[in-house]
Design a protein around this ligand. Structure first.
Ligand code: PMP
Ligand code: GLU
Length: 397
């Protein structure tokens, strides 16, 4: 039986998860692969959060949860948004789900009609385009390469807007580039969007705490667009809780209600135990987050300094998240024996098979000619991976 819907047949599998799987398979077969493909913190979840989960089990938090999430968790998230982001949300405007991924997809499904245009500044995280496809929207990609630090300008944004535009997906700090829009850059984008009241701003702020600039700004700070910003965030990255699957959306009440309706027919409320763990995270101190952030900053400095020694790479200095996104176009047309590099994807496969380092082709992020490395791994792994990449790259003539 091979009856697969057109909707799913047209969907691409997640390239980040696929590459991670491939690298795990090679490892299982005995190959010493360094995995810099998937983006997830390599730290353990902090103990006080794990304790809260254990207590939730003992206290019998074992039944169905409210579809939008426990009220106590939504109040804790509202507290976080007020304390850290200075924005007031009622708990009714917040919906908790199975990771930021589900909430991003829910918001798209709840707001986008077939043919509606969604602006995506690219390079962008692998799932954005596919989620828009699922919602039967039309993606409008706005490209910003390394020469503009991967950030779109207000002029580029204005040019991409048409009467059919219904949403822009903004991700700062960005996966895959690590770029962060400054206060003034965000204000300039907000000033453009203020002229178009029908556009929802989906602000994915999942990496906000992993930044090397002190303070990350949110487009929701600007009064002229605030009432149509939907914030996406969660515990995966900041608290090293990728497997717990808790993320949320916070935005206009009608959108929160629509997302709740969808979730009620589709997944129900997220795991009771994981929600109690997330509540402890949001009510606890940010010390554990700061400790991990410092490690990421040290690794950013290390990988950028080593990347500059690889001939043929052009890199920016990522200001957040835990990715490096070098431009590798100079290898196109080069060869090592019989092996010819025709695309950045060929280069990434060459690095996997020859250097045993797993990365992800930039094409998966709508930016062929680039590749992504996740430096959420030990300093030793970073050093060894970069040594191997340099050696293999130097063999390409
Ligand atoms: N947005 C971005 C930009 C991400 O990199 C990720 C991580 N995969 C997510 C959302 C989803 O995070 P979560 O684990 O909470 O689903
Ligand atoms: N954010 C991670 C990445 O980009 C997780 C994998 C995924 O969900 O795509 O690698």
């Amino acid at each position: 039986m091979n009856q697969i819907s057109q909707r799913i047949a047209a969907l691409s599998p997640s390239a980040t998860l696929a590459m991670s799987q491939k690298s795990a398979e090679l490892k299982a077969a005995g190959v010493d692969v360094i995995n810099m493909s998937v983006g997830e913190p390599d730290f353990d979840t902090p103990d006080f959060i794990k304790e809260a989960a254990k207590k939730a089990i003992d206290d019998n938090f074992s039944r169905y949860t409210p579809v939008a999430g426990y009220l106590s968790l939504r109040k804790a998230i509202a507290g976080k948004l007020l304390r850290e982001n200075h924005i007031e949300f009622a708990p009714e405007q917040i919906v908790v789900g199975n990771g930021a991924k589900q909430e991003l997809c829910n918001v798209l499904l709840a707001t986008i009609n077939p043919g509606d245009e969604v602006i995506i500044p690219v390079p962008a995280w692998v799932s954005y385009v596919e989620m828009v496809k699922l919602a039967e929207g039309v993606t409008v990609e706005v490209y910003a390469g390394v020469e503009q630090d991967f950030k779109i300008t207000p002029e580029q944004l204005e040019k991409a807007i048409t009467p059919k535009t219904r949403m822009i997906m903004l991700n700062s700090p960005s996966n895959p580039t690590g770029s962060i829009y400054s206060h003034d850059e965000l204000k300039a984008l907000a000033d453009v969007l203020a002229k178009y009241p029908d556009i929802i701003i989906l602000a994915d702020e999942i990496y906000e705490h992993i930044n090397f600039v002190g303070e990350v700004h949110s487009i929701s700070e600007f009064e002229n667009v605030r009432d149509r910003v939907v914030i996406i965030n969660g515990v995966s990255k900041a608290y090293a809780m990728t497997g717990w699957r808790i993320g949320y959306m916070a935005g206009p009440l009608p959108i929160a209600k629509a997302v709740t309706k969808l979730q009620g027919q589709y997944t129900s409320g997220a795991s009771s135990i994981a929600q109690k763990a997330a509540e402890a995270a949001y009510e606890g101190s940010l010390d554990c987050v700061e400790e991990m952030r410092k490690a990421f900053e040290r690794r950013r400095n290390l990988i950028v300094s080593l990347a500059k020694e690889i001939p043929g790479w052009t890199v920016n200095e990522p200001q957040g998240a835990f990715y490096l996104f070098p431009e590798v176009k100079s290898f196109i047309g080069k060869r090592d024996g019989d092996r010819v590099i025709n695309t950045s994807g060929d280069y990434v496969m060459y690095l996997l098979e020859v250097a045993h380092v797993a990365c992800v082709d930039g094409a998966a992020f709508c930016a062929p000619g680039y590749m992504r490395l996740s430096y959420a791994t030990s300093d030793d792994n970073i050093r060894e991976a970069m040594r191997r990449i340099k050696e293999a790259s130097e063999r390409l003539k």
